[in-house]
Ligand binder design. Structure first.
Ligand code: BV8
Length: 249
């Protein structure tokens, strides 16, 4: 049951900001970032892979992990949480959608102007100059039993192609980050949806919005430690809570 508070705040808001994390893609079957990995990767920790050092040390292993994730993303479908956000975007004039996720499920649910703070898995780029690299069409095949997949190299200069994501220790894309900071400063209502609030600087956006007097709402299936720092805490799966919110608008 959704309390009247968040619904009234949404109705009255001039500018709403949504920050989504891996939890909103959980019901599409994509593992969240800190949940134990499954299958081929069950004994691996994402934190050990999502770094430039890991890729430079073993490009085939890290590229194999991203290809496995890209395959899982391409096999996944947007869930009712993604679709509810698209409905919110249509109902509310000023809505900023910022995601920490590297999947494209918000876009495939029909959302526009999605800001990816941590890049996207669908847009690999050249290690040397950052030039976008087009991957062959179709879903990557699961490597035959192994985990390693040699990353492609550019034909002209032979540079390695890397995943188009922001690794730990790397700066966020400036345009996306500035847009997120501006939205956090200006919004009347800030939702953090399906994120553990661990990764910086994304996690600082809630603090910025709150400090500027925004009403803050958390949607999560578990405690994150943010419960005392938000105005409203809605416990439950994003794919259930968000459609319920939209139904009341
Ligand atoms: C930076 C792309 C400046 C890759 C990701 C030392 C050196 C440098 C920096 C640092 C350092 N020490 C600390 C830092 C800062 C560091 C950081 O934050 N580290 C953490 C571990 C403390 N940050 C950085 O490095 C950032 N850059 O600071 O630049 C700089 C530059 C150079 C030198 C110094 C500073 C870059 C961070 C970006 C990392 N890249 N992703 C990839 O995906 O492979 S982050 C990764 O975590 C994903 O993007 C993910 O989205 C993100 C956040 O995680 P969550 O989305 O919150 O996912 P999580 O699994 O944690 O939680 C899911 C939640 O959903 C849970 O709460 C769960 O309960 C909930 N849930 C589950 N199911 C549901 C649900 N909720 C609702 N409904 C459901 N159904």
């Amino acid at each position: 049951m959704i309390p009247e508070g968040p619904i009234g705040a949404l109705r009255a808001a001039g500018h709403v900001m949504l920050l989504t994390g891996a939890g909103i893609s959980a019901e599409s079957g994509l593992a969240t970032f800190r949940a134990p990995l499954t299958g081929l990767w069950e004994n691996f920790n994402p934190m050990d892979f999502a770094t430039l050092h890991a890729f430079e040390s073993d490009p085939a292993l890290v590229w194999g992990w991203y290809e496995w994730r890209r395959m899982r993303v391409m096999q996944a479908e947007p869930n009712d949480g993604h679709l509810a956000i698209t409905a919110l975007q249509r109902k509310l004039n000023g809505l900023s959608l910022i995601t920490q996720n590297v999947d494209d499920l918000h876009e495939r649910a029909g959302s526009h102007f999605v800001r990816h703070l941590h890049g996207t898995i669908q847009q690999p780029r050249c290690m040397a100059c950052g030039k976008a690299h087009t991957l062959p069409p179709g879903i990557p095949v699961e490597p035959d039993g192994g985990r390693k997949v040699e990353p492609p190299r550019r034909r002209d200069c032979g540079s390695l192609i890397r995943p188009g994501v922001v690794w730990f220790g790397e700066s966020l894309p400036r345009k996306e980050w500035e847009a997120a900071e501006q939205a956090a400063r200006q919004c009347d209502v800030f939702f953090c949806i399906g994120t553990s609030g661990v990764v910086e600087p994304a996690a600082s956006l809630l603090r910025l919005a709150s400090a500027r007097g925004a009403i803050t709402v958390q949607i999560n299936t578990e405690d994150t430690g943010l419960e005392d720092r938000v105005t409203y805490n809605l416990r439950g799966p994003a794919a259930v809570v968000l459609p319920e919110l939209v139904r009341h608008l």
